[in-house]
Design a protein around this ligand. Structure first.
Ligand code: G3P
Length: 224
């Protein structure tokens, strides 16, 4: 399973990249706005910087803002020109599906976002999306089961032989990451806090404490 970070924050991207486990980045207009990035020129520049930080061969999703076919295609082409790492993120709407099919024909990678059902997952796969982003946290928010959705889509894609990669998005916790891995997600995209949460275990802390205590006692014995 690949690890993407879901942020436009450069420090968070650098921190995850330094861990040596980062395979890519996803962003969206609200994550860009959160970092105070606005205006077409600044947004395109920010995407380029993200691509340079993560290095070649690591996918960076950049989202279109238009909701009509022509607008999405024009925006997507402009985004794809920024850097070979760019994957054009397109919403799960009728014109979005048309745009996915078009980008697939001309060899531009895509990420179909705002996916909440197996039916939508089938449409995106048929249109040739590179990645499919089911929002598991937001499904959980309405008291449905986001992880069950990943499991269901994974089963359908296996049976039908669809090649679209399942990218579990709207991840909120380290447990979501583990559950997505078990449910067959190909990729998880998560905030840095969820990635860092994977490190936590009280027995690791106790073990480290015990080791340093043993070293301290050992040194004292040597001195005697
Ligand atoms: O990957 C999609 C993500 O940015 C949405 O997360 O927490 O707003 O549902 P959230």
């Amino acid at each position: 399973m690949l690890f993407f970070i879901d942020t436009a924050n450069l420090d968070h991207i650098r921190e995850a990249a330094e861990l040596g486990i980062l395979d890519g980045v996803t962003t969206n207009p609200s994550l860009m706005a959160k970092e105070g990035i606005s205006g077409e020129k600044n947004i395109l520049k920010h995407y380029r910087t993200i691509c340079e930080i993560v290095g070649d061969g690591r996918d960076v999703s950049a989202e279109v803002i238009s909701t009509d076919f022509k607008g999405m295609v024009a925006e997507g082409k402009k985004l794809a020109e920024i850097h070979p790492n760019i994957v054009v993120k397109v919403p799960m709407i009728k014109d979005g599906v048309k745009a996915l099919a078009h980008f697939s024909e001309i060899g531009i990678k895509t990420n179909c976002t705002l996916v909440f059902s197996a039916g939508q997952a089938i449409l995106a796969a048929k249109a040739g999306a590179t990645y499919l982003s089911p929002f598991i946290g937001r499904v959980d928010d309405i008291n449905w089961d986001g992880i069950a959705l990943i499991r269901e889509i994974n089963r359908i894609y296996e049976i039908q032989g669809y090649e679209t990669a399942i990218l579990a998005a709207s991840i909120r916790t380290p447990l979501h990451i583990v559950q997505s891995a078990k449910a067959g997600a190909d990729v998880v995209t998560c905030p840095l806090s969820a990635i860092m949460g994977l490190f936590n275990h009280p027995l690791t802390d106790i073990g480290l404490e015990k080791r340093s205590e043993e070293r301290r006692v050992g040194k004292e014995c040597l001195r005697l």
